[in-house]
Design a protein. Sequence first.
Length: 148
Amino acid sequence: VVNHDGAASVTIRNNKIIELHMRPDATCKGRELALQRWYRQRLKTLIPPLIEKWQDRLGVQVADWGVKRMKTKWGACNANARRVWLNLELVKKPVQCLEYIVVHELIHLLERHHNDRFTTVLEKLLPRWRVWRDMLNHAPLAHENWSY
């Protein structure tokens, strides 16, 4: 946390250190909210090109998508509404993991269940999908106990 008199902002230094610039009197909750806002904005810039790319390849169309904090899942798809939800925590993972979840959820627009057809489509599009799935399954879903 870097003391700063202006509006809250986040910078990345040397491609590895996240600096949260906040007023010196900012509360812990205020710091957390500022960082969550930044994560959300960052993720929302990464998602549209991935959805565009994979909608075209799959021949599907998403009506709506969103980002939310989820406690047990990386993503969700409502096939009837053609809506995809992606977990905010994906922003903290390699972009390949985000792409895998986007593809996974879009395939649900073709096949609702994790059956052989689903797996065949996924295998054809992302031959290394198991690597990304395993990486996500072995990583914590969130860092709830971080101090800000």
